[in-house]
Design a protein. Structure first.
Length: 420
């Protein structure tokens, strides 16, 4: 009897122990803790095919630039009121389920995140864009839709907003209306750099797999006045990391040079990596100088730089014509004789490294040819009746082309008034 009793007790104890062990296993008591190194990185598919991208921009050009009332309304004080949950739902939508219209709505939303004041000045609505960024995170990483929005907005602003009106930015004698428009364009570039910087930070932590939390990072945007008048910037704090956003710079190369000289030495890199990074920044600085790029810049803690650029079309046309003349007449390369500013711009956009390097080499070594050519263009312009009050910088690229024809052929009949 005792044997039977002990057998039953043993079975009960065994069953209880089994239940406890299984429960403990399920609760993770016997598993190693998940370390930062083994934390699972979510798989993402980022990118939009060309046809859809073209459809998005076509709709942006055709549609009124206002997002639907389901996302934003205007209160009695004329201020935008954003529906945060509806915006978050759209940003967290599966990228495979996104339609062109969805991205159009998001682009319109960002475009409206500016504040216009009675004196004509325009400023970024920092709180609105901060909230947008916050809602674009899924844990430590951007959602694919948010990442795509950052990429699309950069293309939209550079190619469709700024490029067609870039002459306004570089006009030294702006009217009040042009000044306001110029400020609007610069704010669009600034907002784009904010998104570009957020995307660059996301790419860094995703590639390095160094995110240490599945929580959405806190986002703060702070202004930092610089030691000198053009040395100020905004800091975008993303969790425990920071991104510097430099506002519109006519000489983007000087900002890049400052980063290369002051920040690179403090990076925790070995000498080979520092050399590679130095060469990378030198090349970017050289390109900004050779193409006279005006830009806003996002600079990460790892000294990576993203530019939202704007090209002075007239200045680039002058450089291109000088380059073409010099390469053809002085260096015996007839294939360069018809190079224009549009050609240089297209080569840069396409990443045609061979042509980019050829032009950069010419600019760094033979800039006196450019100075001489520009002096000769001014002489032609000063002798043209009706345009004596205009500066060379006031002309359009097409008018620079006309001056070039007159310079090369004194018998050419010049008529700048008929050239747009």
């Amino acid at each position: 009897m005792k044997t039977k009793f002990f057998l039953i007790v043993s079975l009960v104890i065994f069953l209880l122990l089994g239940v406890v062990i299984i429960g403990a296993w399920k609760m993770g008591w016997f598993r190693p803790p998940v370390s930062e190194e083994t934390e699972e990185i979510p798989a993402r598919e980022i990118g939009i095919d060309k046809d859809m991208e073209e459809s998005i921009f076509k709709k942006m050009l055709e549609n009124p630039q206002e997002p639907p009332a389901s996302l934003v309304t205007v209160n009695e004080n004329g201020q935008n009121v954003y529906n945060g949950q509806a915006i978050e739902d759209l940003l967290h939508k599966g990228s495979e389920n996104m339609e062109a219209e969805d991205y159009v709505i998001l682009l319109q939303l960002v475009q409206g995140m500016t504040e216009a004041y009675a004196d004509g000045t325009v400023a970024t609505d920092f709180e609105a864009i901060r909230q947008l960024i916050l809602r674009g995170y899924n844990g430590a990483y951007l959602t694919p839709v948010m990442a795509n929005l950052c990429t699309l907005y950069k293309v939209w602003v550079e190619d469709y907003v700024v490029a067609p009106q870039s002459s306004v930015i570089f006009n030294r004698r702006q009217t009040e209306e042009q000044k306001t428009l110029g400020e609007q364009l610069e704010q669009e570039m600034f907002k784009t750099s904010l998104l570009d910087g957020i995307l660059m930070n996301d790419n860094e932590i995703y590639q390095n797999k160094n995110a240490n939390s599945q929580d959405t990072p806190e986002i703060n945007i702070l202004y930092e006045p610089g030691e000198y008048i053009f040395d100020d910037y905004h800091i975008v704090q993303i969790g425990n990391k920071a991104m510097k956003i430099y506002s519109f710079r006519n000489g983007a190369y000087s900002t890049i040079n400052g980063v290369r000289e002051k920040k690179l030495k403090d990076l925790p890199l070995d000498e080979a990596e520092k050399k590679r990074k130095n060469e990378e920044l030198w090349e970017l600085q050289d390109i900004a100088y050779a193409y006279d790029l005006a830009a806003t810049l996002a600079v990460s803690e790892e000294c990576n730089i993203q530019m939202v650029s704007c090209i002075n079309e007239t200045e680039l046309e002058i450089r291109a014509r000088a380059y073409a003349t010099d390469m053809h007449e002085e260096m015996g390369k007839p294939e360069y004789q018809n190079v224009t500013g549009s050609d240089l711009k297209a080569q840069l956009a396409a990443g045609d490294q061979a042509q980019i390097d050829t032009y950069r080499t010419w600019w760094s070594k033979y800039r006196q040819s450019y100075e001489n050519y520009k002096r000769d263009l001014r002489k032609v312009l000063s002798s043209y009746k009706g345009f004596s009050s205009k500066l060379l910088e006031d002309l359009t690229p097409a008018q620079i082309g006309e001056l070039d024809k007159k310079l090369k052929d004194p018998n050419y009949t010049l008529n700048l008034s008929d050239v747009p």
